[in-house]
Design a protein around this ligand. Sequence first.
Ligand SMILES: [Zn+2]
Length: 81
Amino acid sequence: MRDYGLLDTKATGAPPRIAGEAPGACPGCGCPRVFLIEAEVEAPSMLRVPKGSRAVAAYAGCAACPWASPAVITAKPGGKA
Ligand SMILES: [Zn+2]
């Protein structure tokens, strides 16, 4: 399985979403198509997610190889309360 840089954070099972395309090429294989991906995750203990919000991990992932950047996890409005 691909390492999403999520440490021990678990995905909620919601499908990841392509949020855009990252500038620059993949450091893993040099492929010019690197996508910005957002995936809903279970909130890590260091992140306080307000009620009605969800924890979203954002990271860059290569379309052609398993490379993915470390994820940045933020709270976003609009989750299942
Ligand atoms: Zn790559």
